[in-house]
Structure formats: structure tokens, C-alpha cells
Design a binder for this molecule. Structure first.
Ligand SMILES: C[S@@+](CC[C@H](N)C(=O)[O-])C[C@H]1O[C@@H](n2cnc3c(N)ncnc32)[C@H](O)[C@@H]1O
Length: 415
């Protein structure tokens, strides 16, 4: 089966990318944005000016590899990113992108992640495996192999398909498999296009407005979505089991707000019963409630250190960092005593912000620590705004901005 998967990605490297576009933009996303990695894997304490080794397992056309390599190059540390993929066509595109950016910190390898133990690559601080495990015959074995290659204090960023959000995909995959088995790709793609034009309005794929890859990503997208030879999807509970079986534990699901039932519900009686559930049970409930999670992105570390892997907002040395833009710009968009509204695939959520959201945000510049920000605010407000009062307010602000994946904590300004 791996031969069929390889053949697909040789013919349709995924996602399609033009290396010349590197001159115009850096594609950033999850997993593996360095701010996220530091926050959810290294407790915000990693100094990326020190040696750092990452593996991108199933690197495809290079999105994760290029982002990680660029972020690490920007920090100036001696990093090595090992790219590994079974598709040489995908690798050629990823290499051309790296050349465009003059990145010299990537080592490109062709091969299967299942062969990792024999490759003698050593261990890694971080492993990215985005959109790959669900295409393996045995994802659990694949993840176990990756976990073996992880340093004890390292972590993994994963993306797997979400079962509920992909409702309809597997119905069409089964129909197409029954109609066309071994015919050339052009025939299979043609039949897939014909089928899409004739779907009755009651078909689950037709009723799922969030499945757009076949419209946005051309033939490669259509093939990936409906004609893949090996593809499965996970519920949150199944993902947690997969991760646990490899001796790992999930430290964060991205974006966090989408995995909290309270983002969708306001009824007090319901929320009271949900509150005692653990994080994974709440996430599983949120997934069933929202029904629109097409993928699950998570960070995971060795189970023994899961409790200390995530950065905490009570540490005065932590520097809050916004993913995009400055705190001043963000604060400017907020109305006094306001709320932050987010939308994703058909749902909208509003999160109330604490009273001092604006004054705190304007002081967030990616350099000042929480202690600095508190000192500054206390100087203008007087002694009654003590550290515990600041922490209480910052925790509420951080709770919202972290949930929407806009704010991270980091002890080192270079990370
Ligand atoms: C959907 S693409 C994702 C690419 C990339 N990770 C990204 O997120 O943009 C899946 C990639 O996994 C690669 N792949 C599949 N099975 C693999 C295996 N056993 N070892 C290494 N790469 C594999 C495919 O060749 C393909 O490039």
C-alpha cells in the first residue's frame, strides 16, 4: 500500500507550491510555528540560540520544514531540520523553496518514516508530522517510531484528519473505489468530477459546506480528498488513545477554543456538568457539539513530563508574545470592556475580556516580561494593583488570547 501512497505523491505533490512564491511570503501555520512549539512543548523556556534538532516526517512540498527552518534561522542558533518524505517530487519542490530562501539549516532525505530506526539520524528535540500518520497502514506503529526518536524533553506536533468534520468524504471515497479501481489517474479524476456534479442534495458531502479542498487545490486536492488509497480520520478520543499508546500525552489542541464546550454553550446547567470533565473529555464533547473539526492539530510530549510542558502565565519572567502584530494594534481594535469575537467554519464565539485588556495589550511588545508589564501598570495605577491582582487579570486576558491561538509565553525574548 505504501507504493500506492508514494505513487500518488509523486504524481501529485501535496500541497501544490511554487518555489518562486517564497520571495513574496512565508507560509506560517500549525503545527510547528516556533512560538507554539516553545509554548506547548518547552514550557516557554527553550532558548533557540542553542543547538536544536528537528525532524519533519513526511515533509511534503515543505510548508512545515520551510517555516521551522526560517523561524530557527531568524533566531540565529545552530539548528538542523531533517526533512524526510517518500515522494521525491515533493522533496524537489521543498528543496527549491529552501534554495529560494537561502536556508542552509535543512538536510533533505528521501525515505519512509517507518525506516527511521535504520537511518541512524539520532534523536530530535522536535518532530513535525502533519497530515501523514493517517496515510500509514498502521499509524500507531508510525507514531511509536517517531516517539522513539524523540529526546526525553522533546515534543511532537501532529495533524490528523478529524472524523466528524470530514463527514461525507468517506462515502464518496467508497463510491469511487467501487467504480474505479486500477484505472489511470486521469480516468479516476474525471469520474470524481462527474460524481461531484451529480450529488443529490441529501448527500452528506454535498451537505458539508466546509469541505473545499477539491475546489481550492485543483487536481492534487481532489485526488487527496476523494481518491486517496489510504486515509483514515480520528475523533479526539481516538487521537488521545493513539498518542497515549506511543507513551506520549497531548499538551495542547489547536485552536484551543474550538475544543472547549463553553465556546459553544451558555446554559449554566449544562456547563456545570461539563466543568468537572478532564481536558480530553471536554475536547471530545466540543468536537461532537461543533461537528466541524476537519483536522486535529496537537502537541504531545513524553507522558512523564506532560504536566510541566506548557508555559504558565503566573511566572513573572515570562514574556507574552503575540503571533501577529503588536499589542498596541490589537488593543486598538478592542472596545473598552469589550469582547473578542472569533469565527471558524460556521461557528462564532465571543469571549469577554478583563477590564485592563487594553492597557495590558499595549504593553505587550514581545520583549517586556510579565514583571515589567506589571511594574509599568502599577506605576500608573498605584500600589493597590499588586502582583496577585495583575496575575488574575492577565490570566483572564491570556485565557482568551491563548484559546484563539494569538498569544504565547516565552522566557527568552529570542524564542
Ligand atoms: C498530505 S502530505 C503533507 C505534507 C506536509 N507534511 C504538509 O503538511 O504540508 C503527506 C506527505 O506524507 C508523505 N508520506 C506518506 N507516507 C510516508 C511515509 N511512510 N514516510 C514518509 N513520508 C510519507 C507523502 O509523500 C506526502 O508528501
Amino acid at each position: 500500500m505504501i507504493e500506492q501512497v508514494r505513487a500518488q505523491y509523486e504524481a501529485y505533490p501535496y500541497p501544490p507550491r511554487d518555489p518562486r512564491d517564497e520571495a513574496k511570503r512565508l507560509i506560517e501555520g500549525s503545527p510547528s510555528h516556533l512560538l507554539e512549539v516553545n509554548h506547548y512543548v518547552f514550557g516557554g523556556r527553550r532558548d533557540f540560540r542553542q543547538p536544536f534538532r528537528a525532524l519533519v516526517a513526511g515533509g511534503g512540498t515543505g510548508d512545515g520544514t520551510i517555516m521551522l527552518a526560517q523561524h530557527l534561522a531568524d533566531r540565529g542558533g545552530p539548528a538542523e531540520i531533517v526533512y524526510l518524505d517518500i515522494s521525491t517530487a515533493a522533496r524537489a519542490i521543498a528543496e527549491a523553496r529552501a534554495q529560494q530562501r537561502r536556508l542552509t539549516n535543512i538536510r533533505f532525505l528521501s525515505g519512509s518514516l517507518l525506516e527511521l530506526p535504520a537511518l541512524g539520524l539520532g534523536t530530535f528535540d522536535y518532530i513535525d508530522c502533519c497530515g501523514v500518520l493517517h496515510h500509514l497502514a498502521d499509524p500507531a506503529t508510525g507514531l511509536a517510531i517517531l516517539a522513539e526518536a524523540l529526546k526525553d524533553d522533546g515534543g511532537i506536533g501532529l495533524m490528523v484528519y478529524g472524523a466528524l468534520g470530514r463527514t461525507g468524504v468517506y462515502h464518496l471515497q467508497a463510491i469511487l473505489r467501487a467504480l474505479v479501481a486500477d484505472e489511470p489517474d486521469a480516468v479516476r479524476l474525471d469520474l470524481a468530477r462527474r460524481l461531484l456534479k451529480q450529488l443529490p442534495p441529501t448527500n452528506w458531502f454535498a451537505r458539508n459546506p466546509f469541505l473545499q479542498d477539491h475546489l481550492k487545490v485543483g487536481a492534487a486536492g481532489l485526488y487527496d480528498l476523494l481518491l486517496h488509497s489510504q486515509d483514515r480520520a480520528y475523533s479526539v478520543a481516538e487521537l488521545a488513545e493513539l498518542v497515549a499508546a506511543a507513551g506520549l500525552a497531548i499538551t495542547g489542541l489547536i485552536e484551543p477554543w474550538r475544543y472547549e464546550p463553553a465556546s459553544y454553550l451558555s446554559d449554566g446547567a449544562l456547563l456545570k456538568r461539563i466543568a468537572p470533565l478532564d481536558r480530553i473529555a471536554r475536547a471530545a464533547l466540543a468536537e461532537r457539539l461543533a461537528g466541524n473539526l476537519k483536522v486535529h492539530i496537537c502537541y504531545a510530549v513524553k507522558a512523564a513530563r506532560a504536566a510541566t510542558a506548557v508555559a504558565q502565565p503566573q511566572d513573572p519572567a515570562m514574556v507574552p508574545v503575540l503571533r501577529e502584530g503588536s499589542g498596541t494594534g490589537t488593543a486598538g481594535d478592542l472596545k473598552p470592556g469589550g469582547a473578542l469575537t472569533v469565527r471558524a467554519e460556521g461557528v462564532e464565539a465571543r469571549f469577554a475580556l478583563p477590564r485592563r485588556a487594553g492597557p495590558i495589550l499595549t504593553r505587550i511588545d514581545g520583549r517586556r516580561s510579565l514583571a515589567d508589564i506589571h511594574r509599568d501598570l502599577a506605576a500608573s495605577e498605584g500600589a493597590r494593583f499588586d502582583w496577585p491582582a495583575f496575575v488574575e487579570e492577565f490570566e483572564r486576558l491570556f485565557g482568551v488570547f491563548s484559546a484563539v491561538n494569538k498569544m504565547f509565553l516565552s522566557r527568552d525574548i529570542n524564542s
